[in-house]
Design a binder for this molecule. Sequence first.
Ligand code: HEM
Length: 538
Amino acid sequence: SGPETFSPTGLPTGADQAAMAQDGAYLTTAQGGRLYESDHSLKAGSRGPVLLQDHHLREKITHFDHERIPERVVHARGAAAHGVFRGYGTASQVTKAAFLAKDVETPVFVRFSTVLGSRGSADTVRDTRGFATKFYTSEGTFDLVGNNIPVFFIQDAIKFPDVIHAGKPHPDREIPQAQSAHDTFWDFVTLHTEATHHTLWNMSDRGIPRSFRMMEGFGVHTFRLVDAEGATTLVKFHWKPKLGVHSMVWEEAQITGGMDPDFHRRDLADAIEAGAYPQWELGAQTFPDTPEQTFEGIDLLDPTNIVPEELAPVQPVGLLTLTANPSNFFAETEQVAFHPGHLVPGIDITDDPLLAGRLFSYLDTQISRLGGPNFAQIPINRPHTPVNDMLRDGMHQTAVHRGTAPYRPNSLDGGCPFLAGADTSAYIEVPVPVPAAEKVRKAPASFEDHFSQPRRFWLSMSPVEREHIIAAYTFELNKCYEQAIKERALQVLANIDPDLCGQVATGLGLPAPKPTETLAEVDPSPALSQVGRTWPVD
Ligand code: HEM
């Protein structure tokens, strides 16, 4: 079934459709009892008192009282759309994933988001954007839960609560909202210099996209592809917008945010309604799966690194087209539950320590956000394949499971014994060896270079892009109250580039410090100016 045939009920049968349609000739209670009036409470006389026995009043108010669910702990503000993904078949050389095979069409649901703002915040703030895609494949659901920035602030999931606490509003007065104007944000990213690369992307034009339709997307982590023979290849996923990459300028973002804080969600919905279906190509940067898991000296398990496209070109593997708006925001956009561990045969994880924590976090948070363990039964989260999972009961269970023996093998219900290892169409973890090592709480030495990639990014910028970056750092740092934080931020900038540091220092009215690190030798050739830039528009 394609996206146009998506049914919010998930069960397009007579009784269920009628119940959900809410368009009968008369109003009813939740039990289907017919009402003659819904505008007045039941009272003893027209001037009251109101009677407790009015079940309709209590049912209506009680349900309203419980209409809200917790917003996402991060990425609370989002907008989404249905669409279709068509594989080019080019990836079939390196992965057996069925949805990437030539001309296979797979329904998808994509949710774009900001990270730090609450559900009612403005679209146009300077922030990272989420770009999460649910592929309802013939082999089960695959989620690519990415961002519009190819690197992350931290290298280990244990720091995630810390970086988010630093970026969210101050605990005392709940201001400010965005990551701008925050002593805690700048305190964190200057004390944790692995955050330098992501912060620089945020301060660039990438932090204020023109439209969701004009953003790149990145899987960020390195994943592992597996072909039919079991051979493996490391991969980084990229989404390349057919409309190219475009940003707002800061003043434009401010005015737009004031006049239309819903600018991005309106832009997405309007474009789809008008038939201007947004498109992205899914691309893959592939690397040999060597025991070191490095490429050209870059540690592929460090999510603060990119691999420049000059060194590993992004190869197109399929086309995503968004074709339909959600019919109900709550049912679809709000209740959708992505998870980086929703994988299909042919795609596996690597040992990136940030990814490891994500694999735990999403299911955990969704149990509390979506009220128990059965949210995979919510229509938007149902796979488009049969489910036979032996999971039973629990809060909000809607399935009426059959049989008496929810375990396998059993001698009562029969059928479906495990064919241990024999079912080659199943998802099988790649048997990569785990090194014999002692337990430690520390990062590898290869995670220690925090400045050469930011320097490469800075040097690849055009003069006007550099002006924007300088203005962004100057504006944001000027909002910090603590002088020590500004000075530490200037030290970080000095380790990226003296010109960047000098100009921001002038804007802050502070002296520019000398670098404390040797500036990396980076080739500022014109080719490098294309690093992470626009995709050719055809
Ligand atoms: C949402 C945790 C890193 C992309 C979320 C949510 C949590 C979370 C708890 C809310 C999920 C929900 O309520 O349904 C984490 C942790 C991370 C991490 C613990 C690191 C240790 C990342 C990274 C990316 C990312 C590196 C990008 C590659 C997203 C996106 C969403 C999200 C796009 C929104 C999904 C949606 O639209 O519903 N994350 N995250 N996160 N995260 Fe992460």
